[in-house]
Ligand binder design. Sequence first.
Ligand code: PHE
Length: 472
Amino acid sequence: MSAEREHFSSRLGFILAAAGSAVGIGNMVGFPVAATKNGGGAFLLIYAIFVMFICIPIMLAEMGLGRKTQADPHGAYTGIAGSKSPWRFAGWLAVITPFMIGVFYMVITVWILGYLLATVTGNLSVIANPEHFGVFINSPTVFLYLIAVAAVIYAVLVMGVRRGIERAARVLMPALLIMLLFMVVFVLNLDNAFAGVQFYLIPDFSKVTGSVVSGALSQAFFSLSLGMGILITYGSYLRKHNDLVGSAKLVAIADSLVAFTAGLMVLPAIFAINPDTNPAELSESSVAMIFTFLPQIFLELSNTLGYLGASIIATIFFTLVFFAAITSLVSIIEVPTATIVRKYNVSRQKALAALALTMGTLTLIATASFGMLSFFTDFVSYGGSRHSFFDLIYDVFYDTVLPLNGLLICLFVIWVWRRQNFDAELSQGNESYAQSFLKRYVDFSLKTFIPVILAIIFFNTVLDIFFDKALF
Ligand code: PHE
């Protein structure tokens, strides 16, 4: 099959698609709020250190493994270790993870579409009512939006790598950037915006605790779409002569810059419009921020811009987040799609139909686990409290399994695939890599402290979530 494997048309196509995956809901709201609450500039510094020293080596491991094997995660692990090797379970885990994370990401994307359509149709005042969110997520219309989002994702993925994934990224990513820059310029020109910039940037090291540090690493991991098999899969669509190392660096820089820039939009907006906001009270959850807090902020803009002006700003914001979510969702669902196509030798249409049925059912259940169906709303007990089906997916896959997948990749690349093969793969398309300091650093870190750190984070998360006993 590999001879006919589709590839991105150019290195730029790959970078845009990988950046499209990386830039998502996490960048737009998760990052800015985490930074403000957890020490401003101090958090930014820790985050940047993690991206450079921990995430880039893992990115290279994932992309290199994908390009070498020209396969999805399951094909990559079994291609190197053999189809009977126990590593095939790591391969399956790296396929099931995006499958399950896709379910929760889909639910949130569906809500974003709902809020986007509400602002477009002049209903900003409705969504600005904090009570609205609970009513909205339990209304039957969410199922219509679910069908709409699924149709968009299907339309992109069925077209394949170049005409689907790459083309969507080529349109959506520049559009996203333009909207983001427009919003930043607009927000920074509001009176009192500077207060928000201060909260965001001035370092406060006293806020930095063990859990802030580990939270920064999790945020960086999620934001760069690591541990999800995505970069293995996208790497498999990269040609041998393309510079993989340079591309990985650019993706990491682009993702971090977008996250940083989003902070210049979200926080100054909050403090300009509502100067009495206490940063400690900002909700940690992106969901509460997007769906209850920000709509109120946008509505307050009507005082100066009029209702239409405020609605336009809110529409631009939700379009921005929606575009970011769509390119991420595409990348998440491409992983199981590519796996099914290769393993069962079927067309993309068939693979997507199978996913629509299975993921679709789980997404319906997750959507209904906020009250509509009490069995799934009050689904399981762990860590001393009851949790919904949605919470379970989030806690198990997002919080717990991501660092585990990262750990498995490091161990696999160094101990099974072997350093020399890994180095040789990365040197293709980048002749200077073999002699570089980066190469020595990547090899050393993947062999020593990165797996140790990921193992500690994994165990701590398990203790924290399931036993309510975190070490830090
Ligand atoms: N990286 C994306 C974000 O920051 C989300 C994402 C997660 C995308 C997992 C793909 C896979 O929101």
